[in-house]
Design a protein around this ligand. Structure first.
Ligand SMILES: [Zn+2]
Length: 342
């Protein structure tokens, strides 16, 4: 098959479009012909190399995949079925998995990260339980743009953040994958949403997606704007994934009893915590990583019904994966960047 691989860590130039061995599915696994694969920040971290993480080389990234089943261990999902892939891989038999918290499995892995080659390729193999059938009116590009970010935002808002009707939610970086998903999920569950972005065009797009109020994070002070919008109360939930650059503001933006939920630290992992504010205002700091298979299926029903709509920034052919990653590194995108696989 053709695939985009890297043989050493580095910039986008290490990505090579080349021949690679076809994946061979093990018992219980399906083989899927990839039609579209969306990018995530994780792809950039893998390519650059991560401290304390060994990625076997050469490596194929890609966690968000849609395509057609080639071979399957189950007649319920026969060859030719149109599917998107649940990006979380777990053992399916430990206490966490059997309690429906598969993203807490000791063996939890993300497709395309570390030991599992991903979707920057013509073929990918996954366990049967990771196949999610998609209806005919959902195209492969949008299906690939859905799983990881909507699953992440769903778990952050509803499970970790315990979003309630009427809550005020601050969503950082509206144009990011998690940002565009969080705005939609929060609005659908009755929240008021305040979103930040770094350009007027992105702020406009955030309003179109349903944000009630927007903040230009280069021109306006996030905390002051939050106070103004909430009558000095602060927000109930902050959707954090930026890290060092925004952490102090995220903490200060919280109302009493507020929850900051973090799923990433794009600008760095060191955040200072004012413990007095934590106890006096009864704040919660919550980590969130991916989400459960059950949550993905719940969110998918709303996607298939047209109530959640992944935003596509641009598509690139698979062979141009380096240019696609470059676009993500420059932070110019609004929504998901997707590789189309012919
Ligand atoms: Zn498990």
């Amino acid at each position: 098959m053709k695939a985009v691989r890297f043989h050493s860590h580095g910039g986008p130039e290490v990505l090579r479009y080349e021949d690679a061995p076809d994946p061979v599915p093990a018992a219980g696994e399906a083989l899927v012909r990839v039609r579209a694969c969306a990018l995530n920040h994780l792809d950039l971290w893998e390519r650059r190399g991560l401290p304390r993480v060994t990625i076997p080389l050469p490596h194929i990234s890609g966690s968000d995949v849609a395509g057609e089943v080639v071979t399957s261990p189950s007649p319920d999902v026969p060859p030719g079925s149109r599917v998107m892939l649940q990006p979380g891989l777990s053992c399916a038999c430990c206490p966490a998995c059997l309690s429906g918290r598969d993203n807490e499995c000791p063996q939890y892995e993300v497709l395309g990260y570390r030991n599992h080659d991903g979707g920057y390729a013509e073929l990918v193999k996954v366990p049967l339980q990771n196949l999610v059938k998609i209806p005919n009116h959902i195209d492969f590009t949008r299906a690939a743009a859905f799983p990881l970010t909507f699953l992440t935002a769903w778990h952050m808002l509803l499970t970790r953040g315990r979003l309630a009707d009427g809550d005020d939610v601050l969503v950082l970086a509206a144009g990011s994958g998690v940002g565009q998903a969080a705005i939609q999920i929060a609005r659908l569950h009755g929240a008021r949403v305040i979103a930040t972005a770094g350009s007027d065009e992105k702020l406009e797009r955030a309003l179109e997606l349903g944000a009630n109020h927007v903040i230009h994070h280069h021109k306006q002070d996030i905390v002051e704007e939050i106070k103004r919008f909430t009558d000095r109360r602060g927000v109930d939930i902050v959707i954090e994934h930026v890290g060092e650059a925004t952490w102090p503001k995220s903490m200060r933006a919280l109302a009493r009893g507020g929850r900051v939920v973090t799923c990433g630290a794009t600008t760095g992992s060191n955040g200072v915590i004012d413990l007095t504010a934590v106890f006096a205002k009864q704040l919660s700091i919550l980590g969130s990583y991916m989400g459960t298979k059950g949550e993905l299926l719940q969110a998918a029903r709303l996607f298939f019904a047209g109530q959640l709509k992944p935003v596509i920034d641009r598509t690139f052919p698979l062979a141009d994966a380096a240019a696609a990653q470059q676009r993500m590194e420059e932070s110019g995108q609004f929504g998901k960047i997707v590789l189309d696989v012919p």
